[in-house]
Design a protein around this ligand. Sequence first.
Ligand SMILES: [Zn+2]
Length: 337
Amino acid sequence: MTNALTRLLTTKDTLLADGATGTNLFAMGLQSGDAPELWNADAPEKITALYQGAVDAGSDLFLTNTFGGTAARLKLHEAQNRVGELNRLGAEIGREVADKSGREVVVAGSVGPTGEIFEPVGTFSHAEAVEMFHEQADALKAGGADVLWLETISAPEEFRAAADGFALADMPWCGTMSFDTAGRTMMGVTSSDLAQLVETLPNPPIAFGANCGTGASDILRTVLGFVAQGTERPIISKGNAGIPKYVDGHIHYDGTPELMGQYAGMARDAGARIVGGCCGTMPEHLRHMRAILDQGTRGAPPTLDQITAALGPFTSASDGTGDEAVPERRMRRRRRA
Ligand SMILES: [Zn+2]
């Protein structure tokens, strides 16, 4: 099994992933509510600049601008019949940027949630989901993506369906969930649940982990939770640059480049082998992260106290894995929604 990501993981201890797609595109003029994927066709020079920003900052891999590229998501913009075109273009632009970088850079085909609610709570069937992910995966593969990159997932059903769709496309993949609800995903999945889930898949990911969620401190606690399960699979940490705050009508992330540099070093020490940023992470953050990763080698895992001292307080008392109350009420409300 030779793909660019597996090759890089055998030669480097820690890989630097990329930063935010949304935050960077908003800075280039994307309006809230627009489908960023349309820019793969309408403004390819901006997508080239997005990818180039990560590569120039030293990223070993970057995600394509195809997060909302399933038919279910493109349908919100009446573009459900353009899945093949928009995903292929997103990957093709990435392939071009990676190939002229002069080093091995992985093009990871981003796949986000469909937004559909799965059976039995909702009406979305496993078979429908698999076909939707398969369609997107085929297009990303056609455009030259090295691997697929499932991200921001909260439901185990969706994670499983994507894995099956990717198997049909015969593509290696990575997958992360967003632990944004007191240490759990919106659907109640904990770090230990995900570490166990990936080992039950017929087509397991090359690497798995967490992205987005809340702040840099919380995601490190989640990484320690994966490690506690004894997993030997490479772990991914793509945390937000600080905690989102609503300022003057837009979302602002207050994490400085220096803070994200510290986060990167601690994520590596906590056990992550692929470290990147999510919302709010710009090229200047990535440059600091690159510098810290290049300076040192993997150290002892940080304690919870060391994490909060360096990166700020956790947003919830625990990581959700203990015996304490499952957010029962929240779960019921979301099921009904
Ligand atoms: Zn994010």
